[in-house]
Design a protein around this ligand. Structure first.
Ligand code: NAG
Ligand code: NAG
Length: 363
């Protein structure tokens, strides 16, 4: 265990981001809100929570480096296969190449579960008749104008192909959690997808925009998560990984973020996390929003944080302030994935978001 804790909050990024700007926001309010969420759960819920927490602990990779090199290898394999023309429609994106060349994808829906890479790769969703997959391929599904999606104290969920937008704070409300149980679920704070105390989660090919809170937030000790091929637009606080510095259980969080498009009209938190890597930054017009990964409310403590930028493309006055030793041992591990050059970002993420798939055709 000591090993995995040392790599605490290793958010493994294989991100091809279009950063627009980064600003600061207070987190005190969020902390109070969260405490009241926890205080409000019932006894039955607490038992389920304990079970979930145990499962989340088990989902932690003792050797995150191994996962990183697997991701690296599957990308290299996919790129190689593409060069050889091995697949008629190979894109070099290993997740997509796993299923999108199959004209009969609609008859083989469950095969999707075998296509994830990174920390969320073991999410089986509904493949074996347990757990859940929401699969919108071939149809046009919008989850909007209400509470949207909360994944709370559960495991093995795949969410694919949804349009999620205009999510609003809702609740308290009675929510059914199984055929035999329902209970009060506290306020949903208006996230597009909230991953709360959950593990083995894969969020793929969704289009998310304009919600009251985060587009994708992973908090409360969630882990074993992959967020891939999503299209994010028009939103303030895009993605939160780990709720607060003081919530220790978030140290088990391991997340892979790959092939997402961070697009037009985004403001900050792309994502908010301790270790990260992105490589293309386009600053907005606002002269106060040019700093990439701006540090907030930390009273100078950030000077010891090991942050660096290397070979990144800074556009329209975007700038980055390095700090700490720059290349400490833990950073070397976190950055073991080779980043693709920023020039290929557009083509890498061109297929992101919800897809339009037709039966009997390659998707
Ligand atoms: C990549 O290809 C090699 C050689 O064909 C194979 O042994 C390996 O399992 C593949 N790895 C992944 C992650 O696809
Ligand atoms: C918790 O429950 C109290 C009393 O039922 C309610 O007033 C409050 O809004 C709830 N908090 C949340 C975050 O749902």
């Amino acid at each position: 265990m000591s090993v995995s804790l040392r790599f605490s909050a290793l958010c493994l990024f294989l991100v091809y981001m279009l950063f627009l700007s980064v600003n600061g926001v207070s987190s005190m309010e969020e902390e109070n809100e969260l405490q009241s969420l926890i205080d409000n759960s019932t006894m039955a819920d607490r038992r389920n929570e304990d079970i979930a927490i145990e499962k989340n602990d088990k989902a932690v990779e003792e050797n995150p480096e191994r996962v990183a090199s697997m991701v690296d290898m599957s990308i290299r394999n996919s790129t190689e296969r593409r060069k050889l023309g091995f697949l008629s429609c190979g894109t070099g994106n290993p997740i997509d190449d796993c299923w999108r060349c199959d004209r009969n994808w609609q008859r083989h829906r469950k095969r999707l579960a075998d296509c994830a890479i990174g920390f969320g790769r073991n999410a089986i969703g509904g493949r074996d008749g347990r757990f859940k997959t929401i699969d919108a391929r071939g149809v046009n599904v919008h989850i909007a104008n209400g509470g949207c999606i909360t994944i709370q104290y559960i495991t093995n969920v795949i969410i694919h192909g949804l349009h999620i937008h205009d999510c609003k704070p809702t609740g308290n409300a009675m929510v059914r959690s199984s055929p035999s149980h329902y209970g009060w679920r506290t306020m949903a704070d208006g996230d597009g997808i909230s991953i709360f105390g959950s593990s083995h989660i894969w969020i793929d090919h969704n289009s998310l925009s304009n919600c009251a809170d985060g587009l994708v937030d992973a908090i409360m000790g969630s882990t074993a998560i992959t967020v891939s091929n999503n299209y994010f637009t028009h939103h303030n606080e895009v993605m939160l990984l780990g709720h607060s510095d003081t919530y220790d259980r978030d140290k088990i969080m391991q997340v892979t973020i790959a092939y997402n498009h961070f697009g037009e009209g985004l403001v900050q938190r792309m994502p908010r996390c301790r270790h990260g890597q992105g490589n293309r930054y386009l600053a907005p017009v606002n002269p106060n929003a040019k700093e990439v990964t701006h540090r907030v409310m930390t009273a100078g403590r950030w000077r010891h944080w090991n942050w660096r930028s290397e070979g990144d493309l800074m556009l329209n006055g975007a700038f980055f302030v390095p700090s700490g030793k720059g290349a400490g041992a833990s950073y070397a591990r976190a950055s073991s994935l080779s980043a693709k050059p920023s020039s290929v970002v557009a083509s890498l993420t061109s297929g992101s978001g919800a897809l339009v798939c037709r039966r009997g055709r390659e998707c």
